[in-house]
Ligand binder design. Sequence first.
Ligand SMILES: [Zn+2]
Length: 430
Amino acid sequence: MAIPQSFIQELLSRVDIVEVVGRYVQLKKGGANFMGLCPFHGEKSPSFSVSPTKQFFHCFGCGKNGNAVGFLMEHTGIGFVEAVKDLAQQAGLQVPEEDVPPQERARAAEQRKKQSTLNEVLHKAAEAYKAQLKHAPRAIDYLKGRGLSGQVAKTFGLGYAPEGWRFLSTVFPDYQSPLLVESGLVITPDDPSGEGGTDAKEGKRYDRFRDRIMFPIRNVKGECIGFGGRVLDQGEPKYLNSPETPVFSKGHELYGLFEARTAIRQAGYVLVTEGYMDVVALAQLGFGNAVATLGTACTPEHVRLLFRFSDAVVFGFDGDAAGRRAARKALEAALPWATDTRSVKFLFLPPEHDPDSFVRTHGPEAFAEAVQQAVPLSRFLLEAAAAGCDLDSHEGRARMSSQAQPLWSALPDGALKRQLLQDLADGVGL
Ligand SMILES: [Zn+2]
């Protein structure tokens, strides 16, 4: 795909390279420029300079230089087109497509139109749920009981889906519109994900979310793409997500990323948790840099998305067995992206805690301390390789070696990979 040069120029005039680089490199103002430690070669004193006037970076140490697009390509390993799309998305611009057959272009335009229509439908629902929260004392009590302020509820656009089967018919006069089904808001009686033949539905369509706290899920552009709904009492399922739709794919989206962008930059890392409640509660307690996977294991796509916003990722999972399994999945997802300039860590909380309950019990300082002490990827990889192996026996060491192989191979080439090979060789006595 060829992107017109005029568009690249417009894009570069709209983004600020200081902000783009600043997402990954800590920059300090020095004279007319900003200086930092070069992310492309190891150094102890800053020789990496970013010029806001020229919109250019240059390293006096290794000689690397370029504009914002070049920086993203070099730093995140993505291609030119992808880097342009990435920046365009952040700047709210649509990349024009040349060299695309008219049919395909028409199809893509059609798809974008459908997506933006669905976004509008979801946004309208989010506004309605938000308005309902004001008249739902049970829901307000629940949120207050979790220590949430009105301000945090507002930041995350929290709402309430009332009881009853067809609340949304009061929001959307055309309740029979196929858009309501496509957006995942409404279920038809023959939908396999539905609850099936209850009299209350009389064979008619009905709202997916009823009597739940609603967490709108936004994409990185801030558009509403779906919802998570939490029950107020002991009902099941405790958490209910929108289904996969043309605008919502669980394997690609992270809850809270849009809201967390600034805090991620300030904190210098992004914290990945397992649930919306963790994200919202952590934001309330001063950790606005938390995001959550959406009822699915962490995928390589998730990790790639995270590295667009920070070069340090901390996975903070629950301390129980399920949390350990989730961490193991996250390790596998992170390996292909774990270059030498990035940091991936795993925070293991005591078994009785999730991040929310930990901060509540032990306070923000203790949590920040725990993040500091989190297990680096290299150590977790060695632990994962050694799991279930008796290292005092030849068989056990051989088993560790074979368990380590696929994990190690998934790492990108670099110093970390070479170092780990050495560590593994030492570990298995080779
Ligand atoms: Zn350099």
